[in-house]
Ligand binder design. Structure first.
Ligand code: ADP
Length: 272
């Protein structure tokens, strides 16, 4: 994967970011995170650890209670939404059901006032990229979950964004398809050189795809490292257990209590 030169400005920068929804509990405690241009950065952690909230603040759907988020050197909230050029894929991919696949893909281009002939070319290219060249006139209801999810990926990429945000985009798919899509998403990332910020609670998915992984627990990044380093040199017992195979097989939900990793719920988030 393309790695940015060390001297380059980070493309995404979280600076002392905090977030509370109820004015009391900090669900994101003091987030400092730099993401390089072209990087595949995964936010990994158990349910409720603040990953989606962090992604939503980067997308501009939620506002930080404290601190600042920068995109390409500029505060995110100073950029008009259509100038941010961010593609997004979420778990419930929310394709427009009444539109064909081609119309779904054309939508973000029409919003950007791109000419009809250019829209047609871009839609075709995006569909070919996810292996759905023959599906342009289908409606989402006439496709499998995996195909619809591919359309969602194509729609996030069709306007050639510099940054793509993905929140559990594959978790609704069965195991085999999920693994296949992991490799496809990774291949698209490598080919386009796009920056991807990816949220998941699935450690094997994170380890497969990421340049670096930020391991979240209770609104705090426990460790930010390459998959290899996380595996070989976890900084505490939470990271060790969360990255390790134990939790994947047992499905236990883990929590860090001081330095000690405790099982909060038994056998919940098991990845089949
Ligand atoms: P994750 O993505 O790691 O599962 P979230 O960022 O979704 O974590 O949630 C972090 C915490 O914030 C959770 O306790 C969740 O219940 C709470 N939370 C998330 N969204 C909202 C919201 N819109 N209003 C109130 N609380 C929220």
């Amino acid at each position: 994967a393309p790695r940015a030169a060390a001297q380059e400005e980070p493309y995404v920068r979280f600076r002392n970011v905090q977030k509370t929804y109820d004015g009391e509990t900090l669900v994101v405690k003091n987030l400092n995170l730099d993401i390089a241009k072209g990087e595949f950065l995964t936010m990994l952690g158990p349910s409720g650890s603040g990953k989606t909230t962090s992604l939503m603040m980067l997308a501009g759907f939620e506002t930080a209670t404290h601190g600042e988020i920068y995109l390409d050197g500029r505060p995110i909230n100073a950029l008009a939404p259509e100038r941010r050029n961010i593609g997004m894929v979420f778990q419930n991919y929310a394709l427009f059901p009444h539109m064909t696949v081609a119309e779904n893909l054309a939508f973000p281009l029409k919003v950007r006032k791109i000419s009809a002939s250019e829209i047609e070319a871009k839609v075709k290219r995006a569909l070919d990229m996810v292996g759905l060249g023959g599906f342009a006139s289908r409606r989402p209801g006439q496709m499998s979950g995996g195909q619809a999810q591919r359309v969602a990926v194509a729609r996030a990429l069709v306007f050639e964004p510099k940054l793509v945000l993905m929140d559990e985009p594959l978790s609704a798919l069965d195991k085999q398809l999920r693994e296949q899509m992991q490799y496809e998403v990774k291949a698209i990332h490598d080919r386009l050189g796009v920056t991807i910020v990816y949220v998941t609670h699935d450690q094997s998915e994170a380890l497969t795809m990421s340049d670096r992984i930020a391991v979240f627990n209770e609104g705090v990044i426990q460790q930010l490292d390459t998959p290899e380093r996380l595996y070989e040199a976890p900084v505490n017992s939470f990271v060790a257990r969360f990255i390790g195979e134990n939790n994947r097989i047992s499905g236990d939900v883990l929590r860090l209590d001081g330095d000690e990793c405790v099982v909060e719920m038994k056998g919940c988030g098991a990845v089949q």
